[in-house]
Structure formats: structure tokens, C-alpha cells
Design a protein around this ligand. Structure first.
Ligand SMILES: Cc1cc2nc3c(=O)[nH]c(=O)nc-3n(C[C@H](O)[C@H](O)[C@H](O)COP(=O)(O)OP(=O)(O)OC[C@H]3O[C@@H](n4cnc5c(N)ncnc54)[C@H](O)[C@@H]3O)c2cc1C
Ligand code: FES
Ligand code: FES
Length: 478
């Protein structure tokens, strides 16, 4: 594979084979579509936030079957489109309006129409997935119609009997696995190996290559900052990185498993993970984003690291020389610095399901504070795990935060002081002043340092109160 490299890539666009040549593999799918005259797909923000550029892509769903998935074309590099089937708004009607378009017309779901192709594509994917809940358009912004009419369109589609059509038939014939692929265009190389051994082989030849998984972080660099990469190695087709193992003692999650699969397949196992995934970006992003990418960016405001730190997760790091397990708490070394050595990548994350031996009960939850409910960057994210013994004494405590230090971090001094204490409001309140001073966060546009400090302490008290009344979280969401 390393020896031969193509100068064209092939994919299916609205049922027709397309073979672009000499394009940059970091050109985004949105730019490509618009350059080719498929201008129904709109550009709004260009960074994954507005959904105007939504297209549907056939991909393996969390049940292992092919599905239409709504994705943001502004974040998808053309290299990642090879071998895929893409449907744009131009492809949904077949002479007459598609039921999704009819529903939008009948409920008055469009005024200026700029956001409409994106909504149509999100509804289209949800229509064939039978997931026409409110979440199916959470990643689409509309500035003039308002959401009521669009929600009515979704409701109308739920109530309508859906007949099999050529789109559902296309799913039956869709290829499930992505094949190995390599491409050179515009002096950039893009490799998509399917085995870890091939990744290591490529790394020997290109030690400075950049990994890309879902491209929801890197895609932003390509889209907004026109960043190019001489050699990209896509991890999305590497079989070993797609493991999702649920055992009685632990859960292991492959680094390249999309978050939407984790959300659906692990629901109910770790409440704090369920909660954080609920607030994580929007469906278009979760369909592509991976856990390996969220840890790999080492962002101090990544939302999953606090959850994983509070659950004492371990990461498996692999290279051509072998593999090693590292507690996640030792993985983050400094601002955007990790313990990854040259030639190493994240293979999986393991989370234990066992309580501390003397514990009889575990309390665990996570919180995300942002300016908006969903699809926003955290001001502070927090995750807590408290194990209690039969006497309601704390035998194990983990308080982990994002947005308060150069890396995701635990309040270790406070954790130590909690152990041996009774789990009472008095204990929590006594430690709040110290917890408030546990970190020295920065002031930025999203929040002041003092606001963040108060969140650090107050979120822990909120956790105590909510754990005394576990139904309140459901009520808050409702
Ligand atoms: C609109 C929008 C909303 C977002 N909302 C959130 C949010 O709510 N919370 C949040 O935390 N993040 C959010 N993000 C950021 C992003 O979606 C996540 O960080 C995501 O998990 C990245 O995964 P990816 O597979 O797309 O990573 P990529 O973009 O593919 O890669 C990110 C980085 O990780 C490296 N990498 C990827 N996989 C590996 C691996 N296996 N081993 C080593 N390095 C690796 C890459 O080289 C790159 O440096 C958002 C992004 C967008 C565009
Ligand atoms: S243009 Fe806004 S999400 Fe792509
Ligand atoms: S119809 Fe104008 S922004 Fe939605």
C-alpha cells in the first residue's frame, strides 16, 4: 500500500460515480460540492455549528448496519469521502418532492430558505433511521422561520407511513466496510489503512504524518484556517480501533468509534458519560467525532476527559514496538501536551465497572456549563464519582474538571479530604471554600476566573443535591 498511491479518488454523489483528480485531500466536501455547482448545500459558519452544510452519508450505524447519517460537509476532508455514498439536497427529490420536503412545505418550515437544505438533510437521515425526535435537528440553526414549524414537519413525518423507496433500497446494497485507500493531490498525501500494522508501516516512512479520525477538530483547521497537511493518516477504517466491548468488569471503547455509537451502545452503563454525550455538540458532529480524537486533542475544554478521569479510565497507547496502558490522569502533561511518544497513537479507553471493594454504592454524574444548552463549548465541565460504604461514609472520591487548568484535571487534595467523611451536605459545604481555590483558571470571553472558581465548588454541591434526588436530572432535561 505504501508503494502505490492514486491521483484520483472515487465516491458516489447522488447515485452517480464521481472521480475528482488532483484536488487537495484537505479540501472540504462543502467546498468541493459548491465548486462543482452543487450549490444547494449552503455555507453558514464553516465550522460545524450551524448545519447549513448538512449532507447525508451512508455509514455503519451503531447497530452495525448501513444508515444515512447527517454530517457537516464543511468539516469533512475530501480524502475521507473516498468510497462513500453522499446524498445532497439536490439528490433527495426524484421528480416529485421527497416526503421530507413535502412536510417542510406543508408545515411552513421555510422562510428565507438558507437553512432549509440543511434541515431537509437532517430530517432525511432521521426519516430513514426512524429517529425523528427533536435531537435530529439539534445541529441546525434557523434564524427566521423558528423551530415550531420544523418540529411539526418532523412530527408529520413520524405519523406518516413510510414506504420503501430507492433510498431504502440503496441502504440494503450499501457496502459496510471502508476499503484501504491512498491518494496524492495538490502535494498532499492521504492514507486510509484498515489495519494497525499498516499504520505503523506508514509511520516508518512518514514519521511526521498527522492522524485524523472524524476530523471534527482537524476539519475546522482545514475549513476555517485553510490548514494543509503534507501526510494525513486516517484512522477511521482501522479495524482494531473499532472495538466496543462491554464486559461485567469493564468497558473498552476503541479510539475510532464514533460518539453516536458510544451514546447508543453504552447507554445506561455510566450515567456521567450518558449525560456528557447528551450535551456534546450536535448529532452531525457526534456521528463523526471519536473518543480518541477528543483525548488526542488534549484540549483543556474537551468534555469527555473529565468524565473519564472521574471514572479512573485508562488509555491504551500503541506503536510499532508494542502497547502500554496508562491511567488517563498521567496522560495529560501540559497545555495540549500528552504522554504520546513519536509513533504512538491512542488505541482504546478502558473504564472499570467495579466499585471500591468496601463500597456498597456509587454516585456518579457530570455537568457541562456553557452559554447555550447544546452545541457549545464548555465554560466549565465537571464529573464526580463518590463510592459510599454501608454507613454512608465516603470510601472513594473523584472530582474532575475541564476548563479550569491547562489540562483536564482532578481536585486531588479535596478527594483525599473527602475519604472517611460522611456523605452529608455539611461535609460538602465545609470543603467548598478549599474546592473553590483548588484551581487557578483563566479569565476569557466565556467566563471570568472567579466565575469558574465558583462553578468548581457549586457544581459539587449541585451534585450532592441531585444525588439526594436522582429524578431531578430527568426533570431538568424534560
Ligand atoms: C461544532 C462542534 C462542536 C463541538 N462540540 C464539542 C463538545 O461539545 N465537547 C467537546 O469536547 N468537543 C467538541 N467539539 C470538538 C470535537 O468534536 C471533539 O474533540 C472530537 O471528539 C474530536 O474527535 P475527531 O475524531 O473528530 O478528531 P480529529 O479531528 O480527527 O482529530 C483531533 C486530534 O486528535 C488526534 N487524534 C485523533 N485520533 C487519535 C488517536 N487515535 N490517537 C492519537 N491521536 C489522535 C488528531 O491527530 C488530531 O490532532 C466540537 C467540534 C465542533 C466542530
Ligand atoms: S457551514 Fe455551518 S455547520 Fe457547516
Ligand atoms: S428559513 Fe431563514 S434561516 Fe431558516
Amino acid at each position: 500500500m505504501v508503494q502505490s498511491i492514486d491521483n484520483h479518488l472515487t465516491f458516489t454523489l447522488n447515485g452517480k460515480t464521481v472521480r475528482p483528480q488532483e484536488i487537495s485531500p484537505t479540501l472540504t466536501l462543502l467546498e468541493f460540492l459548491r465548486q462543482q455547482g452543487h450549490i444547494g448545500t449552503k455555507e453558514g459558519c464553516g465550522d460545524g455549528d450551524c448545519g447549513a452544510c448538512t449532507v447525508a452519508m451512508i455509514a455503519r450505524g451503531s447497530d452495525g448496519q448501513p444508515h444515512y447519517q447527517a454530517v457537516n460537509s464543511c468539516l469533512i476532508p475530501m480524502g475521507a469521502v473516498a468510497g462513500r455514498e453522499i446524498i445532497t439536497v439536490e439528490g433527495v427529490s426524484n421528480g416529485s418532492l421527497h416526503p421530507v420536503q413535502s412536510a417542510m412545505v406543508e408545515t411552513g418550515g421555510s422562510q428565507c430558505g438558507y437553512c432549509t437544505p440543511g434541515f431537509v438533510m437532517s430530517l432525511f437521515a432521521a426519516y430513514y433511521n426512524r429517529k425523528l425526535d427533536d435531537g435530529c435537528v439539534e445541529g441546525n440553526l434557523c434564524r427566521c422561520t423558528g423551530y415550531l414549524a420544523i418540529r411539526r414537519a418532523a412530527q408529520q413525518l413520524i405519523e406518516a407511513e413510510s414506504e420503501p423507496d430507492h433510498f431504502s433500497e440503496a441502504l440494503d446494497q450499501a457496502a459496510l466496510s471502508l476499503s484501504e485507500f491512498s491518494y496524492r493531490g495538490n502535494q498532499q498525501q492521504f492514507y486510509r489503512p484498515t489495519q494497525l500494522a499498516e499504520v505503523f508501516e506508514l509511520l516508518q516512512q512518514y514519521p511526521d504524518a498527522t492522524f485524523v479520525a472524524g476530523a471534527t477538530d482537524l476539519g475546522l483547521e482545514m475549513s476555517h484556517h485553510r490548514q494543509t497537511y503534507p501526510v494525513l493518516i486516517s484512522l477511521e477504517a482501522v479495524t482494531e480501533l473499532h472495538l466496543l466491548e462491554v464486559m461485567p468488569q469493564f468497558v473498552e471503547i476503541g479510539a475510532a468509534v464514533p460518539l453516536s455509537h458510544i451514546e447508543e451502545n453504552l447507554r445506561g452503563i455510566f450515567p456521567s458519560l450518558d449525560e456528557m454525550l447528551f450535551w456534546f455538540a450536535a448529532r452531525q458532529v457526534r456521528n463523526r467525532a471519536t473518543m480518541g480524537g477528543n483525548i488526542g486533542t488534549a484540549s483543556p475544554i474537551g468534555d469527555l476527559p473529565p468524565v473519564l478521569l472521574a471514572l479512573d479510565a485508562e488509555v491504551q497507547l500503541v506503536s510499532g514496538l508494542g502497547s502500554r496502558w496508562l491511567p488517563l490522569v498521567n496522560f495529560f502533561k501540559g497545555y495540549r501536551q500528552t504522554d504520546l511518544q513519536p509513533g504512538e497513537l491512542i488505541a482504546s479507553v478502558k473504564i472499570s465497572r467495579s466499585l471500591t471493594p468496601t463500597a456498597t454504592r456509587r454516585l456518579s454524574q457530570s455537568y457541562k456549563i456553557g452559554k447555550r444548552g447544546t452545541d457549545d463549548i464548555s465554560i466549565v465541565a465537571a464529573a464526580f464519582t463518590i463510592d459510599l460504604d454501608v454507613n454512608h461514609q465516603i470510601v472513594h472520591a473523584r472530582l474532575a474538571y475541564g476548563g479550569v487548568a491547562a489540562t483536564p484535571a482532578r481536585a486531588m487534595g479535596i478527594e483525599e479530604r473527602l475519604v472517611g467523611q460522611p456523605w452529608t451536605l455539611e461535609t460538602v459545604r465545609q470543603l467548598k471554600p478549599a474546592l473553590q481555590e483548588a484551581f487557578t483558571p483563566l479569565t476569557d470571553l466565556r467566563g471570568s476566573a472567579s466565575y469558574r472558581k465558583r462553578l468548581v465548588a457549586n457544581l459539587f454541591e449541585k451534585f450532592f443535591v441531585e444525588m439526594s434526588d436522582t429524578t431531578s436530572i430527568q426533570e431538568m432535561r424534560g
